[in-house]
Ligand binder design. Sequence first.
Ligand code: AMP
Length: 421
Amino acid sequence: MEAVQAIRGMNDILPEQVGWWQGIESAAREVLENFGYREIRTPVAEKLELFSRGIGQSTDIVEKEMYAFEDRNGDWLALRPEATASIVRSYVQHGLHAESGCRKLYQIGPMFRHERPQKGRYRQFHQIDAEVFGLDGPMIDAEMMHMLSLLVERMGISGVGLHINTLGCPTCRQGYREVLKSFLAERAEGFCEDCLRRRDTNPLRVFDCKVKSCAELLESAPQLIDYICDDCRAHFGAVRQFLDKLGTRYAVNPRIVRGLDYYMRTTFEVITDRLGSQNAIGGGGRYDGLVRDLGGPAVPAVGFAMGMERLVLLLEQEKEKPSRYPRCFIASLGEQARVSGFLLSQQFRARGLETEMDYNGRSLKSQMRRADKSGARYVLILGEEELARREIQLRDMVTKTQRIVPLENIFETLLAVDSEK
Ligand code: AMP
C-alpha cells in the first residue's frame, strides 16, 4: 500500500533536528522574559474576518496566501498567517489593556501561508513573535530592535544586519502615496504587472518587489523619508539616537516597507546574505492604529516576528548539530537482572538522570553496542551473579574503565563519579 506523505510545504521536524529548535526556543524565552515579555498562546485558527480586517485586504497574505475554509457550521475560518492580529484580538477580548499601562507579550508557534515552497519558505512555518502594547515613544522601538540583535547573538548567529526605516503616519503617508503613484504612472512601461496592480491598491508594496528591473527603476523613486511630518521625523530621529546609545548597529534602508497595512512609523528587518532570496529572518514595526481597528481602545503598539526555519538554516551553516545523549545506560543479563535494571532506570529518571536501557533481553554484546551508539557516558551492567552479591559493574565509556561497585546507593555513587570528571 502506498504510504501517505506530509502536505507539500509542511515539514516534519525530526528528532535529529529538534536540538536546533529547542536551542532557539530556550534562547528566545530567556531573552524575552528578561525584557519583561510574558508568553501568550492563541489558537492556530481564527475567524477569517480577523485577518482581512487586521492585515489588510490588499496584502499578498490576505489576497493570495491565506488558508481560509468554511467549517461544518458554515463559518469562515483561517489558519493564522501571522501572530499579531490574533494577539491583538486576545488582548482586546480579555481586556488586558485595563490591567496596566504597558503590556509585553510573546508567542512561539506555527503560522500558515499558501506560498510557493522553496528553501527558507514553507506553507507551515514557525515564528517567535513579540508585541508591546501601550507605549508610543521611540524608546521602546529602540529597545525592541536592541533586544532582537541580542536574541540573534544569543542564538549563536552572526553576520546579520538590522535595517530600519520609517513609514510615517497615515496622514503624512497619504501625501507620499500620491507622489509615488505619479512616479509609477510616468514609468508604467518599465514595471512588472504586479507593481502596476500595486500602484492602485497598495503602492508602497512596490518596494518589496523582487524583480530586478523594478528594483533598479525604484532607485530613483521619491523617498518617503523626505515627505514625513515633523512628529514622525522627530520620532525616527529619537529611535536612531537610542540605538546609537545602546551601541546597536543598524542601517537606514528606505526599502523596508513591510507587507502589511497596519505598520506606521518605525519598521525594521533583520537581514542575512546567506539564505539567497529568502533574506529576511525577522521583521516588525509600530502599528498604533491596529488595536482600535480591531474594536479595542486606541492603544499604540509595536512588535516583531522572526522565522525559526531560517534561523535553523543559518545555525546549520555555522555550528555543529546539538545532540542529546542519555547520561546512563543500563545493560542486564538474565530475566531477574532485566527486571531489576528496569526498576533502577525508573528510579534514576524520577531523580532527574537521563537513563536508557535494553528492554529486549539481547546479548550483552549487542546491548553494549546500543549503549555505545546512544552516546551514554556510563553503562551499568547488571548480571544475575552481581545481583546476588548486591553489586553492579560501572563502566565509563569515555575512559573505557570498569569497576564493581555496591548496588546500594548506586545513584549517589554514579553522581559522585560523574562530579569528579
Ligand atoms: P513577515 O511577517 O512576513 O515579515 O515574516 C516574519 C518572518 O517570518 C520573516 O522574516 C521570515 O523569517 C519568516 N517567514 C515569513 N514567511 C515565511 C515562510 N513562508 N516560510 C518560512 N519563514 C517565513
